[in-house]
Ligand binder design. Structure first.
Ligand code: ATP
Length: 220
């Protein structure tokens, strides 16, 4: 039985284009697990992301790379549903689907880097996300969570929902918290551009993902 099915402790949900998945993503998920006391983290590669250009690698490749990256961590699981769905990927739909299988009581924590958090008001039915999950935000080099500069609607949620990480276990959804991770200025955009320029990608992402990229000639 996987950690998603077992027990009632909080479960992390971490979505992204993962084009490709890299150590910034993995470190965020691992730090969140530890800092927020999560049973595990479900890495959820997006299918066709609504907010951005078509990814450089197909959904099948991005899913395969996420699986390789997660394989050696028993606290990580990869959720293929968004890639396998014909629908556009919206996080709210993923959370609705999870609630349908996991029930309404289990704490779910949506994990976001600061850049993703700042873009939250552009997401489909974004205020409803808090009905389904807590939100936890990690720092990311190059982006600041300066609360005095947040758009009004996001600032209101920060004010009303702010909670300490320990509070997440006490409710299924609705809180907003932050946690700090070792800052890693790694981005998939930079990795794709290095690959296209024939530069080394070593030490930016796990070796099995590196091998996969070169075997399938991705991003060249
Ligand atoms: P791209 O450069 O293609 O936009 P990315 O590296 O930002 O990709 P995404 O798949 O878009 O990766 O990001 C998924 C999630 O991971 C987002 O919540 C994002 O904020 C977070 N994230 C990605 N890289 C880092 C990093 N280096 N540090 C902290 N958070 C990160």
């Amino acid at each position: 039985m996987s950690f998603s099915e077992a027990g009632a402790s909080a479960l992390g949900i971490f979505g992204g284009t993962f084009d490709p998945i890299h150590y910034g993503h993995l470190r965020l998920a691992e730090t969140a697990r530890e800092a927020l006391g999560l049973a595990g983290v479900r890495l959820t590669p997006a299918g066709q992301p609504p907010h951005r250009a078509t990814p450089g690698a197909s959904g099948a490749h991005r899913l395969a790379m996420a699986r390789l990256a997660a394989a050696d961590n028993p606290a990580f699981e990869v959720d293929p549903a968004e890639v396998e769905s014909a629908q556009a990927s919206f996080t709210i739909l993923t959370l609705e689907r999870l609630r349908a299988t996991l029930g309404t009581e289990r704490p779910l924590v949506l994990l976001l880097g600061v850049d993703a958090f700042l873009g939250l008001p552009t997401w489909r039915r974004w205020t409803e996300l808090f009905d389904f999950a807590h939100v936890a935000v990690a720092n990311r080099p190059g982006y600041s969570l300066d609360e005095s500069r947040l758009p009004d609607d996001l600032a209101r949620h920060v004010e009303q929902r702010r909670a300490a990480p320990e509070a997440l276990a006490g409710a299924p959804a609705g809180h907003l918290t932050s946690f700090s991770m070792t800052p890693l200025a790694i981005s998939a955009t930079d990795i794709r551009s290095r690959a296209a320029n024939g530069q080394s990608l070593r030490y930016l992402l796990p070796p099995p993902v590196l091998d996969y990229i070169s075997r399938h000639q991705l991003y060249f």
